[in-house]
Design a protein around this ligand. Sequence first.
Ligand SMILES: [Zn+2]
Length: 475
Amino acid sequence: MLWVASLCLLLAPSILGAPTNKQRQKVLLISFDGFRWDYDRDVDTPHLDKMAKDGVKALYVTPPYLTITSPAHFSLLTGRYIENHGVIHNMWFNTTSTEKKPYYQTQFVNEWWDNGTLPIWITAQRQGLKSGSLHFPGTASSYQGEVAMVQEVEPLFYNYKNETAWRENAGKVMDWFSNQDLDFISLYFGEPDGIGHRYGPDSPERKEMVKQVDRTVGYIRHSAEQHGLNDRLNIIITADHGMSAVYRNGLVEEITLSKIPGFSFSDIAFHLVDFGPSGMLLPKPGKLQKVYDALKGSHPHLHVFKKEEMPERLHFAKNDRILPIILWSDPGYVINGYFPVQFHKGEHGFDNQDMDMKPFFRAVGPAFHKNLEVGPFETVDIYALMCHILGIKPEVNDGHLNSTKHMLVSSTTTQGEDVDFLNNIFNGLAAVAGFLVVVFIMVTSHKLLKDKRKNKRSVSSDQLPAKEMIYQTSL
Ligand SMILES: [Zn+2]
């Protein structure tokens, strides 16, 4: 009897709320740069439609502000708003030397990325998982001396729209999952952003590129199946921001700072303008109010804010790297410095409330419900979702698992702090029931044996030797 109770006590902790012995699930996070939430509405996208049928489709996702590439991708990897993770721009800059580095070169400026917030690759690896990344912004940097264990950074002047290369990259990622048993991989494609800038979001060229994205999604899902990954791999597809058409050819009064009465670049120590619809200014000492007064209200489609007056909802103020004056324009407009130097037909970087800035979202795999359409959530919520599926404890972040948890099937319990509450209760009840069954069997068999011997004794106890009598009663 005692050994049965001991066995139950030994087994109970492993039954009550502990990880199940199911295989750990994997996550592939894919970003198609600049894929707006509604790009599938005017193009046939059979593979994206099939993915939505087999999994989950969100109406759209709200990206972090500033709605540009490197900052928004780092929010995907960290679950933090941009003011909190510190990668505040695509460009590294130094306000003292006035030096700036463009997008590609900034990928290699370690201190720009590694400033206190850990991307999911490193967190996963510290908890015993294996991570990889292919071309995803932030891949080239190390974080507290650590990097994703398998990684590939694109070369300078990389052709981001070559479909053959896309398939090769998808093949590499599937190989990393199946042959190197990686648990998490981030995979980046540079389109339809490039084509959206060049031809505009309403162009036939953009529609053709969406078809290429769709074919690639079909290829990736087929490849996952061929590698036998379907029962363990969850594929999440989203983007960093959307795209909005820019008014050109004298259709509107352009925003050109040098033409604004009372404003002079001689009052500015450092600036980031001629970068689409967003800008930041560092006025010279004593000139902040003068610059602000000149710009505020100068154009009906130009928004001017002192850093400390930025709307709270944008989460773009509380960081030393953000300059004292922040500018942005309404959709359709860009901010020029001395004269127009940008000739894109499409832009992003606008207010994240603007519908044109919202990315798409699809997810499929064993963790997700099938044929489910859900309402919008934020880009920063995706991090907590991925940590939950991987069974790792997330770092401090700005997202909420409750915003996305309804997309998951209830059995998505792996391990970590988010062990499903209902599963815990079920396992606990099962353990108690098991224990009671064992006790019942013991008591019943003991009673039966006792009754049997009692009957036997009542018949012939007087005929048994004294030694045997003592043995029987001691049972
Ligand atoms: Zn982008």
